[in-house]
Design a binder for this molecule. Sequence first.
Ligand code: NAG
Ligand code: CU
Length: 168
Amino acid sequence: MASTSVMIAVIVVVVATPAMATDHWVGDDQGWKLDFNYTAWAATKQFHVGDKLIFKYKKDVHNVYKADHEAFKSCTPSSDVTPLTSGNDEISLASPGKKWYICGVGKHCEKGMKLAINVWPAESVSPAPSPSSPGSSSSSSFASSISPDSKFVALLVAAFAMIVMIMT
Ligand SMILES: *[C@@H]1O[C@H](CO)[C@@H](O)[C@H](O)[C@H]1NC(C)=O
Ligand SMILES: [Cu+2]
């Protein structure tokens, strides 16, 4: 009986866990580099508002310019854009739509250091976590970030579990 209750609690928690913001390491373990197909990489991911892009590379070897479609196509960063140069550059995806990023060093962009992504609206009903407090989630904000859908599923599971408990 006790173990059944524990199992039900675990199931409810797992089912009710909201879709959390995702950190996307661009290029995964390869990072931001030459000789990598970022088009193919991006095609395997889903980007949502609230997610983060992280460009990892050796400082001073590459950089990251936010670009528009023209700058992306022509590999010419706009002169009024300041590149990110830390080697561990985080970009919070704040709005939905197409986004473009290019490396501004030498001919790196022409050689493939260019990334185009499509950002979808946020999955959960909670506002995107503020960049100043990454990962801080009090129990109240946790509860409010559970989407109505997963609440409904959790309720169904809980109801089913109770029937099982009564019958066994
Ligand atoms: C990169 O991958 C995309 C999609 O798989 C493909 O269409 C494109 O030709 C590739 N680019 C290079 C330079 O290999
Ligand atoms: Cu580069």
